[in-house]
Design a protein. Structure first.
Lengths: 118, 114
């Protein structure tokens, strides 16, 4: 099946620093990738939709200047948490939607990245 | 607008017993429906999906779900629970036609008692 790799799986940083998380589709091309945030024992909250070669579409309430998304190629999207603060600590998950084939809306998920801001 | 409601944030079953996780959806157009499973500190894995073909959908690990339009439901079942089934399960909906964002339910944590 399609594989999505997310890196790093865990990151600890100091308050005020920036952290970059990568999401790669390893064996398929994805024009669209999605970034989710998951709080403990809660569902996934869609943060933004990342489209290759264009600006990301952010959900209401998500600060675009704080969560920078870049989708430079059909296999890579990055999320940068700028000037991170403890409240940004969370589990971030990316997903990708394949370009080819009948689009059934199915998403392939990365393994997630746990960010801890001290 | 689309939405998903999962009844019961926690479900406990005995090993070998029937698993039933409930999901009701709301969608203004024919939906695509999904069940995903999440193990601790991991991403989500697709269990099964409904995309307007057969209403009874079989997935991995012995799970299946039935799409019932009249009840706007897509409940997940498994005849006999196994210890390895303990995880968080998410129901999700996407409007058909592709390129639509997926909306997730709040999740149901399944506990399997030996």
């Amino acid at each position: 099946g399609a594989v999505v790799s997310q890196h790093p799986s865990r990151v600890i940083c100091k308050s005020g620093t920036s952290v970059k998380i990568e999401c790669r589709s390893l064996d398929f091309q994805a024009t669209t990738m999605f970034w989710y945030r998951q709080f403990p024992k809660q569902s996934l909250m869609l943060m933004a939709t990342s489209n290759e070669g264009s600006k990301a579409t952010y959900e209401q309430g998500v600060e675009k200047d704080k969560f920078l998304i870049n989708h430079a190629s059909l296999t890579l999207s990055t999320l940068t948490v700028t000037s991170a603060h403890p409240e940004d600590s969370s589990f971030y998950i990316c997903s990708a939607r394949p370009v080819t084939g009948v689009n059934t809306g199915e998403l392939f998920f990365g393994e997630g990245s746990r960010l801890t801001v001290l | 607008a689309q939405s998903v409601t999962q009844l019961g944030s926690h479900v406990s079953v005995s090993e070998g017993a029937l698993v039933l996780l409930r999901c009701n959806y709301s969608s203004s157009v024919p939906p695509y429906l999904f069940w995903y499973v999440q193990y601790p500190n991991q991403g989500l894995q697709l269990l099964l999906k409904y995309t307007s073909a057969a209403t009874l959908v079989k997935g991995i690990n012995g799970f299946e779900a039935e799409f019932k339009k009249s009840e706007t439901s897509f409940h997940l079942t498994k005849p006999s629970a196994h210890m390895s089934d303990a995880a968080e399960y998410f129901c999700a909906v996407s409007e058909s036609g592709g390129y639509q964002k997926v909306t997730f339910g709040t999740g149901t944590k399944l506990q399997v008692i030996p």
